[in-house]
Design a protein around this ligand. Sequence first.
Ligand code: BES
Ligand code: MN
Ligand code: ZN
Length: 511
Amino acid sequence: MRNLFLIIVVLFSAGAAQISSLAARDIDFSATPVADGALIFAISDAENLTAVTAIIGEANTENLKRAMTASGFMAEEGTTASFISGGATYGEIYLVGVKSDGMRPRDWEDFGGRAATLAKASKTDRIYVVAPGASDADIENAAFGAMLGQYSFTKYMTEAEAATGELLFVSDSAAAVKSSFDAGRRHVAEAVNWARDLQTEPANALYPEEFVRRSRLKFNGVAKTSMSVLDVRAMERLGMGAILGVGRGSERPPRMMIVRYNGGAAGEKPLVFAGKGITFDSGGISIKTSSNMWEMKGDMSGAAAVTGAVLGLAKSRAPVNVIAIAALAENMPDGRAIRPGDVLKAMSGTTIEIMSTDAEGRLVLSDALWYAQQEFDPALLVDVATLTGSVIGALNDEYGGLFARSDDVAEMLLQAGETSGDDVWRLPLHPNHKKQIKSVIADIKNGNTGSPGASTGAQFLGTFVKEETPWAHLDIAGVEWFKEMPEPTKPMGATGWGVRLLDRLARDYEY
Ligand code: BES
Ligand code: MN
Ligand code: ZN
């Protein structure tokens, strides 16, 4: 073989990837690569290309080595390189640096995400991903990461290119890996991407009833699941004055959506996940400033995360009992809207003085949390909410803010975050933060509480959680949308943050 590899195209490091409008490739598995395709290799040692040679031959490997030297590709983890081959086979070769050992599941996911990002730039129909020495589980993790990494939202682009091509992960036991993946993690990846779709949908398309309609479609026919929805009358009967108060200022009525999946042992208490589902947060009468107000279409990210997590668990038939509660409302200013100074009565009976109609997330969740405890006696109650700007100041987009009374509960979430890649950092629930929400005329007030805003928000929610209920609050305002630094499995835009975390939490939960 005298094929010549010509020319390095680009060398770029993780994080600098572009989002293209090319729709997703099919993710599949293959026992061997075929020469009409392109190749993506995991490389842990730039000096050792034995596995590469086995596929492309000696002469091509020599040329590849020269190109690697010329481009300075050292196989450091997270770096990638693209080469165009002048040879007769494998028109493109891509390299992705990986660690030589100690690759955690999330590192394999990142590898897959990087492979998918490289694949976006290629027009080749079939692209094979080769990871020498990877186990079947590693290959599944990589494929999972690829499904997340190639996500894009092209629905409203009238000229977006149609889906094309395949990304094939090479494994000796391709058939077995495929059936395992298709029954399991593919569903979880799809659930993350579905949550991202909901986050990205503009608020003129996605409002409380539409969120419910889409969820109904998704769960339709999924074994062992059931859904119920509380409309305004049902919520009135239950005395849910807090969520009803938030919903009053919008033409689109609020909803409380409950999705159950009973895949675990009968009688085992469920894990209940409650999500903030503000389909648009204008601030209400305490209206927000206009710059970046568009981002508030994503104020339903908590609801998307909890619903997506239950969807992924149910479709992959995980042996768990889980419930998602989505507290859905649109926060708008209107003649019927609540005002600062108003007093609302929550389902728990607690009266709330409204300091700011822009502190609405804690209002809708107060009724969701109380309802969860009354109806379901949760083994663990976790709420997920884009609750405060304050948490962005503390943790930006690296970590979700975690609040828990119990160290054991906190440890479970920290562990699930570390394993899943949805990292969390624990922040305090100090008794003083609770004093800050005392009201002069009602039981508590919903804002103007001073610093630290993320903790006072958490203490507000805690008011609606009984001491004996194991509970965690996740403030995801900083992680729901990536504006600057994409990650291999989280491209720019909606992250679907929380689906993977809750998925992991449920699977690892021990009674
Ligand atoms: N949805 C916002 C929080 C938010 C801000 C999410 C930026 C994502 C990006 C929430 O409803 C809100 O407005 N919180 C106020 C609370 C305050 C009025 C007590 C905040 O953080 O400023
Ligand atoms: Mn708000
Ligand atoms: Zn909000």
